[in-house]
Design a protein around this ligand. Structure first.
Ligand code: HEC
Ligand code: HEC
Length: 266
């Protein structure tokens, strides 16, 4: 009888101890599932980067601390395509731990010859006509100084062969008329005085619009002075280079773009 009591007591005691053990150690498997469900469409299956930047790197510029990472996941990044996510505290813990584990993966190895790619960027591609690299070039397309830290090789390749496939933009209706650095909206305007301008929208409000034409010149119009205004969402003024480069040249160009990692690559 006494023995039985002892057994029950022991079982109760062990249960109590178990209840006290901290259970908030992050569950990476659960974090991975959340990542697959919510994040890979933009950041890639292994966080290698696509429409959203590469998360598989040891230092995330906007999320240097776990608190900052949680804040980004919960609130998104205003004025960009990074959306807010509703998540429970334990989900945030597990997802954050999984995102940090991606930072320990070895960086993507990219085939090709970056030096030859750099040459093609300058010569055959004439990419500087529209893009800036370390302060040199034009502002019609995005600055490419750190593009290798933001995008996977596969995404970069597609940017060159199919520029309209992924045009950075915001789908938030309330932001559609607001100037955003990464919002490349291609616009065609016709003015009463006969001027016809095609270019990238720089700024717009209810009454006026500013465009940068493909030579880099800025044009400002009062909307009253326009007879036509076409917004070509999802279209890119970037030429399709699929037929311009050979397969080998394309590989070298992607290797060059991948090597552009900002400060580290200087
Ligand atoms: C619809 C696309 C999209 C989805 C879905 C998405 N992101 Fe993002 N994310 C972005 C974009 C775009 C940026 C870059 C914003 C900018 O700086 O312009 C970004 C930025 C980030 C950053 C900042 C990285 C840095 O450079 O410091 C983190 C961290 C991040 N996302 C984590 C996540 C996580 C975790 C999920 C899933 C819960 C997620 N994102 C889902 C598009 C997305
Ligand atoms: C006539 C102007 C123009 C030329 C020339 C041009 N681009 Fe672009 N590029 C753009 C614009 C505008 C965008 C943004 C819209 C888009 O995604 O297509 C862009 C986007 C890109 C992107 C995607 C950037 C991102 O953040 O995802 C890459 C990579 C790129 N260009 C590389 C190149 C390379 C390499 C060349 C030369 C072989 C080149 N571009 C030539 C205008 C140009």
């Amino acid at each position: 009888m006494r023995y039985r009591y002892l057994c029950v007591l022991l079982i109760l005691a062990s249960l109590a101890v178990r209840a006290q053990t901290p259970t908030d150690a992050p569950n990476l498997d659960h974090g991975k599932k959340l990542f697959q469900g919510h994040c890979i469409s933009c950041h890639g299956p292994n966080g290698e980067g696509a429409r959203g930047p590469t998360l598989a790197q040891p230092n995330l510029p906007r999320a240097s601390t776990d608190a900052a990472l949680v804040r980004i996941i919960r609130s998104g990044i205003q004025g960009t395509e990074m959306p807010a996510h509703r998540m429970q505290p334990h989900e945030l813990t597990n997802l954050t731990a999984f995102v940090r584990s991606l930072g320990k993966l070895a960086p993507e190895t990219v085939p090709g010859n970056p030096a030859r790619g750099a040459e093609l960027y300058k010569t055959k591609g004439a990419c500087a006509q529209c893009h800036t690299l370390r302060g040199e070039g034009n502002l019609i397309g995005p600055d490419l100084t750190e593009i290798g830290r933001k995008r996977s090789a596969a995404f970069l390749r597609r940017s060159i062969t199919e520029p309209s496939a992924e045009v950075p933009q915001s789908f938030n209706a309330y932001r559609a008329d607001i100037n955003m650095p990464l919002n490349f909206l291609f616009v065609r305007a016709k003015a009463r005085d006969g001027r016809e301008i095609a270019g990238v929208r720089v700024n717009e409000d209810t009454f006026s619009i500013q465009l940068r034409d493909l030579t880099g010149k800025i044009h400002s119009f009062s909307k009253d002075d326009l007879t036509e205004l076409h917004k070509d969402w999802g279209q890119s003024p970037m030429p399709v280079y699929a037929a311009v480069f050979s397969a080998e040249e394309l590989t070298d160009l992607v290797a060059f773009l991948s090597s552009l990692r900002g400060v580290e690559s200087r």
